[in-house]
Design a protein around this ligand. Structure first.
Ligand code: EPU
Length: 341
């Protein structure tokens, strides 16, 4: 049984804390509610939008849509070997709570992904990643309701076509699948992954325990990223641009200090935060919105801001970065409803 809530307030459900309402909001308590919510959406002739933790969204004041969100939490071990465990998690489970619970169980591999806001069901959509690990590195498969076939389907990692901050749920078939459960393979032995410089330095040389890595990731994130409970934000606002090596070589001659990392062969990933910072935007404020003063890749709502003001600021930053470096910045969060132009 579903209980659609009409003209629902979404202000507390988006991490930018923009004032917003949805025509309908439905809490999904059990998997069978999904088909009911889809039928309700069709009957109302509205689009359906799935919310995770609301931490990657830019909301306009009114969403003429049915918003659904997963109320159910929980995880279970499906199978195990001497080396690892297969764990299934409900879409509504809070991501960071899962990272903590897995560490307590002694099931390793998610430590570097601590403190990422949002839910487990939203995590595959943009293949969340941080400190040298991406969701796809631990992912096995997921269960989703396919709005085309009207059936639940199981999708493997290969079928999800994960890439940097991307998957089929974002590019090839946005809106088609409603993710209800996600399965991960986690290891009983802890192998620290310290390829990311900032993490290695903070851990100071010694081979760290799982707990130490998890706690260090938490403190590195807390030192750079604003807490959405205090100041509205959606983490990194732009993706780090990936450009061909030749273009990078030219950029490097003009900007020898440019911060970049090798990507797939022939491509280099630029630190968008460096580009924005060096272009002079860090700490900039335009009315109620601005650029965070400790991390230029994060745009913030100081209070009372809205999607329009934020997108105007984002457009100015994009223009300035394109002019200075010849690089296009692509926003990471998604805007609803989609602008008509
Ligand atoms: N930098 C600056 N000035 C800044 C910010 C960054 O010069 O204001 C330079 C620094 O040299 C730094 C480099 O950029 O070494 C990279 O910055 P940082 O380590 O903070 O990481 P990032 O590239 O800004 C990415 C992810 C984060 C993730 C971290 C750690 C993207 C778009 N962002 O940020 O993910 O936590 O790496 O792995 O890939 C998110 O997606 O919301 C997010 C927070």
């Amino acid at each position: 049984m579903i209980h659609p809530q009409e003209n629902a307030d979404l202000t507390a459900l988006n991490s930018f804390a923009f004032e917003a309402r949805a025509q309908y909001l439905i809490d999904i308590e059990q998997e069978s509610d999904i088909a009911d919510a889809v039928a309700f959406t069709e009957q109302k002739q509205l689009p359906l939008i799935v919310f995770g933790g609301g931490s990657n969204l830019i909301l306009d004041p009114f969403l003429p849509a049915v918003v659904i969100r997963f109320a159910r939490e929980g995880y279970r071990k499906l199978s195990e070997t001497d080396a690892d465990v297969l764990v299934e998690v409900e879409a509504g489970h809070n991501w960071h709570q899962l990272v903590l619970a897995m560490a307590r169980e002694g099931w390793h591999g998610l430590e570097n992904l601590a403190l990422i806001p949002g839910t487990v069901g939203a995590a595959p959509v943009q293949n969340i990643g941080a400190y040298g690990v991406e969701l796809k590195d631990r992912f096995v498969s997921l269960t989703a309701f396919d709005q085309e076939s009207r059936h639940f389907v199981e999708l493997s990692a290969e079928q999800c076509n994960f890439a940097y901050r991307n998957s089929i749920f974002k590019s090839e078939c946005p809106g088609r699948y409603i993710i209800s459960r996600v399965r991960f393979r986690l290891s009983k032995e802890f192998v620290p992954l310290l390829g990311y410089g900032g993490l290695r330095q903070a851990l100071d040389g010694a081979r760290p325990t799982a707990e130490a890595v998890l706690q260090t990731v938490v403190s590195v994130r807390q030192s750079k990223l604003p807490d959405p409970a205090v100041i509205g934000n959606a983490g990194s606002f732009f993706e780090n641009p990936i450009i061909p090596d030749e273009q990078f070589a030219q950029l490097k001659t003009r900007f020898p200090d440019v911060v970049a990392f090798a990507d797939r062969p022939g491509y280099t990933k630029l630190a968008a935060g460096w580009l924005i910072d060096q272009a002079g935007w860090k700490g900039y404020r335009q009315g109620a919105v601005g650029v965070y003063d400790k991390q230029a890749l994060v745009l913030v709502n100081h209070g009372g801001g809205d999607a329009k003001a934020l997108m105007a600021l984002a457009a100015e930053i994009q223009r300035s970065v394109a002019e200075r470096y010849g690089v296009n910045l692509v926003p990471e969060p998604r805007r609803y409803p989609k602008p008509s132009v």
